[in-house]
Design a protein around this ligand. Structure first.
Ligand code: RP5
Length: 188
């Protein structure tokens, strides 16, 4: 796909460095406007060392790209697809219809209906083609990334260790700051 300014094609691409590992997770979204939400999935995968790619794929505006992306996902090595979309959010379900790679759906918070439209569009899949649906917005994007890491952990020890370390840090942070009247100490 052509480069998309502002949206990295791969999570680990740094000019001059060794080539990034082949992506295990694809992050796709229906519009560039979804990046504000979906960047939270990318950031989480980056911090856990999960090789990933990022792409705008629209069910409505680029249906042929959607078709090709899903049809080639497994053979390209993707083990999970995180798909974010808003409004009449067909993207996750349509991707799932064309691949057996697990699709993790993120309902983007729409302006008109606050993401309830996105949530219901993604979660209400008829029996037979599942989409794992996450919370509306940033929390859903972050959790989809953590879920993808958990799916990969049994086969990728380093990802499992990074996920365990993240959870330990998160717990330690809460325990170190359990009096809300005091300033926050430590860091995640
Ligand atoms: C959906 O329509 C996208 O996922 C996005 O959330 C929503 C609005 O898209 P734009 O009009 O901002 O491109 O396809």
């Amino acid at each position: 796909a052509p480069a998309q300014p502002g949206i990295p094609q791969s999570g680990s691409a740094t000019p001059g460095s060794t080539p990034p590992a082949a992506p295990l997770v694809g992050i796709v979204m229906g519009s560039r406007s979804d990046w504000e939400t979906m960047q939270h999935a990318a950031a989480r995968l980056e911090s856990l060392g999960v090789p990933h790619e990022v792409r705008v794929v629209s069910a409505h505006r680029t249906p042929d790209v959607l078709f090709d992306y899903a049809a080639s996902a497994a053979q390209r090595g993707l083990r999970a697809i995180i798909a974010g979309a808003g409004g009449a959010a067909h993207l996750p379900g349509m991707l799932a219809s064309k691949t057996a790679v697990p699709v993790l759906g993120v309902p983007v918070q729409s302006k008109a209906l606050n993401g309830m439209d996105s949530l219901l569009s993604i979660v209400q899949m008829p029996a037979g083609i599942p989409v794992a649906t996450f919370a509306i917005g940033n929390a859903g994007a972050a959790n989809a990334a953590l879920f993808a890491a958990a799916l990969l952990a049994p086969e990728h020890a380093a990802i499992g260790q990074a996920l365990a370390a993240f959870r330990t840090r998160q717990t330690d942070d809460v325990l170190a700051n359990d009096d809300p009247r005091l300033p926050v100490s430590g860091s995640a």
